[in-house]
Each structure stands twice: as structure tokens, then as C-alpha cells.
Design a protein around this ligand. Structure first.
Ligand code: COI
Length: 388
């Protein structure tokens, strides 16, 4: 009988030499729906820690650096996805009439894997991304992977690409991008007959080119990100390209990103192109209430919980733009962005500057968020998933 160690070596070998999906399936080492955990695989990789990818973590930013493997599975009829598998990272084949290409039937997620100083690989609340994908899939008329399958697939992708996860402390992480898309052909408008769930990964540094410097936001009252009854509350791909016009215009004028207003009254702040937003006034923290037009950010939710634990009053409510212009502090949260202080906001030609620095509320909350991730504070909420 082939030993588990040999099995893992064969698998890695076949992945490196461009093995096909069927080879991977027959290897029986990575099984998505039945494997309870990746623990056995970790035990079988004694030499793999010697191999570190060559990444210039200081200059990485947030741009694609393809890694070795991706995960893929399909659902063709019915509600459940086939057993997924890892394959080499690469292009995928799609029908020209795929639902995602023609009608934007697609969702994405973002989560990060990172390595603690003790060498352990960790994920932060991937179950929350799984739940959000399920909610989004229902809105976009797609079947979704179970929470177990989603989390196992993220673990497999993170683990298979673990040589990309050795950033010097605080310099970066492995960004993991799950996609769910209508991959089957459609011509008339309707849900695609086949859906694909795919996960790829890329090492990343800071999202904004400013690095950790405060952001300068522009409030756009011409373009909106989401509309009532639309899909702004879920992470559909169709929420992102419509903001490119406002975003590129703002960037060309030297701003970091755009803060959008609600599309009905054009007076309440909603969200930034790539992240949620919070304001602080007299030590009370407020963020726009989710109600269909605001994305339920995992970082947003985590920061609210940390703020409540720290004794702050947190309000999820409508925030008129005038209140933003009078706030003490403004900050953004998101998986890609982390927690980013806002230095200034410009609205209708008026620029307002905000408090920044170590004494800020955002810095206090961010420090706790990072300490939980790094293991410096006990993870009492069960947010961290160690994968090796
Ligand atoms: C994330 O924070 O993970 C996102 O999906 C935002 C994206 C614009 C990078």
C-alpha cells in the first residue's frame, strides 16, 4: 500500500509537472468534501518549509502575483458541487456564452492567510466569507458550496501555496480570492446551467499605494455604488466595474479612493469603492447600517465587535455627509485594505482633515485586531483557524 507520505510527494510532483485534474482526483490526497482537515497532509510535508517563494514584500502592493495552485469545482444541475480539486494555477476555459461573461452572474470573496511568528499558518474567519457567499449566491440565482466545502477549499488553497506565505512580520499576507460564477452557456437572460467555484491566491502587501499613510477620499455625488433593491449588499462582481469611472477620475486628481453617497437622497454616506467606512465623533463610533446597499464586511463586523469589547458605543445608522465633515476621525475597513485611517475628505470643493496617529480610535482597534491575528491576544471568539 502506498504510504501517506509517498502519496503527498506524488501529488506535489504531479502538481509541479502540470498534472491534469483527473490525476489529482485519483491521487486521493486532497479531497474537499470528505477531508475533515488538512492536518494529515501537513504531517507529510517535512521538506516543504525549505522552499520559500522569492517575493519582494517591501514593494509588493496589491497586485497579482500568480501562485502555484488553484482550487476548482463545478455544479452542473442540482445544488451540490462536485468534489473539488487543486490544479496548477492557470487560465480556465469558458464558453463565449457563459452567464458570467454575458450577464455578470458572478460573486467573489476575499480572505487572507498569514503566518504567525511561531510559523503557524492561519486564516481569519473564513466561515464568514462562506456564509456571505451563500447569501450572495441566493441573490444571484446560483448554487453555493456548503460552508464546510468553502472553508476546506480555502484551507487547501492556502496550504498548497504555503511557500508564498513567509512575509517579514507585518509586511504582507496571502490574499485568497474565491469566485463563484455562472460558467454554463446561456443566450436568453436566465441563470446559467452550470456554475464554477474557483479559488486562487496571490501574496499581497498594502492595498493603497500610500502604504500606511492616511487616505484622501473624494465624495462623488454624480456616481453611485449601489441602489435600493439592487445587489450592493452582496459581493457580486457587478458592484465593482461600475465604480471604475468614479475611481479612475478621483485617482487622476490625486485622491486615494471615492466615498459614495446613497442614490435616493444623495446625502448619506455609504461605502468606499473597496471597503466600508466608519466615523468617530466624541468617542462614539458610527458606520452606515447594512440594509441592502452596504456590503457586510468581515473586517467591518470584527471591528464593531472589538470596539464594543473596548467599551465604545457603536451605531449602525444613516450618516449624513454633514456629520462626516464634522467628525473627529474617519477610517476604512476591508479584507484587502485592513483598517486604514482617512486623513482628509473632499466634498463639493471643501476639504476637511481628520485626527490621525497612535492615539486614534482606529489605531487602538486595529492594534487589537492585529494582536488577535498574531496570537498576542487570546482568540476568545474563535476567529482564527490554524491550518498547520
Ligand atoms: C476585499 O477587501 O477583499 C475586496 O474584495 C475588495 C476588493 C476591491 C479588493
Amino acid at each position: 500500500m502506498i504510504s501517506r507520505r509517498a502519496c503527498f510527494r506524488n501529488l506535489l510532483q504531479s502538481l509541479r509537472t502540470g498534472s491534469t485534474a483527473s490525476k489529482l482526483r485519483s491521487s486521493n490526497c486532497f479531497t474537499s468534501r470528505t477531508a475533515p482537515s488538512l492536518q494529515p497532509v501537513v504531517e507529510l510535508s517535512p521538506d516543504s518549509d525549505d522552499e520559500y517563494a522569492d517575493v519582494d514584500w517591501d514593494n509588493l502592493g496589491f497586485s497579482l502575483r500568480p501562485t502555484d495552485y488553484m482550487y476548482i469545482t463545478k455544479c452542473t444541475g442540482g445544488d451540490s458541487f462536485e468534489e473539488g480539486h487543486l490544479s496548477r494555477y492557470g487560465n480556465i476555459e469558458l464558453s463565449p456564452s457563459a452567464g458570467v461573461l454575458n450577464y455578470g452572474q458572478g460573486l467573489f470573496e476575499g480572505t487572507k492567510a498569514y503566518r504567525r511568528e511561531n510559523g503557524r499558518l492561519c486564516l481569519f474567519r473564513p466561515d464568514q466569507n462562506a456564509i456571505r457567499m451563500q447569501v450572495g449566491a441566493e441573490r444571484m440565482c446560483m448554487p453555493s458550496p456548503s460552508i464546510h466545502q468553502f472553508v476546506e477549499a480555502v484551507k487547501q488553497t492556502a496550504f498548497a501555496n504555503k511557500r508564498w506565505q513567509i512575509p517579514p512580520p507585518g509586511k504582507g499576507s496571502l490574499y485568497i480570492r474565491p469566485l463563484l460564477m455562472g460558467s454554463g452557456p446561456v443566450l436568453g437572460l436566465g441563470p446559467a446551467p452550470e456554475c464554477t467555484f474557483l479559488i486562487y491566491a496571490s501574496p499581497v502587501g498594502n492595498y493603497f499605494k500610500e502604504g500606511l499613510a492616511p487616505l484622501n477620499l473624494f465624495i462623488d455625488d454624480e456616481y453611485h455604488r449601489a441602489t435600493r433593491g439592487g445587489a450592493g449588499g452582496v459581493k457580486t462582481i457587478t458592484n465593482y466595474s461600475p465604480v471604475l469611472k468614479a475611481l479612475t477620475r478621483a485617482k487622476s486628481r490625486g485622491f486615494s479612493d471615492v466615498l459614495y453617497l446613497d442614490s435616493v437622497y444623495k446625502k448619506n454616506i455609504e461605502e468606499v469603492s473597496s471597503c466600508n467606512v466608519f466615523i468617530v465623533k466624541d468617542n462614539v463610533i458610527s458606520t452606515p447600517a447594512t440594509g441592502g446597499t452596504i456590503l457586510e464586511g468581515v473586517t467591518r463586523k470584527s471591528i464593531i465587535d472589538i470596539a464594543l469589547d473596548h467599551g465604545y458605543q457603536v451605531k449602525e445608522q444613516c450618516i449624513p455627509v454633514e456629520e462626516v465633515m464634522e467628525a473627529d476621525e474617519v477610517f476604512c475597513t476591508g479584507t484587502a485594505v485592513g483598517v486604514a485611517a482617512v486623513g482628509s475628505i473632499t466634498y463639493q470643493g471643501k476639504r476637511v482633515e481628520y485626527k490621525m496617529g497612535d492615539q486614534c480610535v482606529s489605531q487602538e482597534l486595529f492594534s487589537t485586531y492585529m494582536e488577535i491575528q498574531k496570537g498576542d491576544i487570546e482568540d476568545k471568539k474563535g476567529w482564527i483557524l490554524e491550518i498547520d
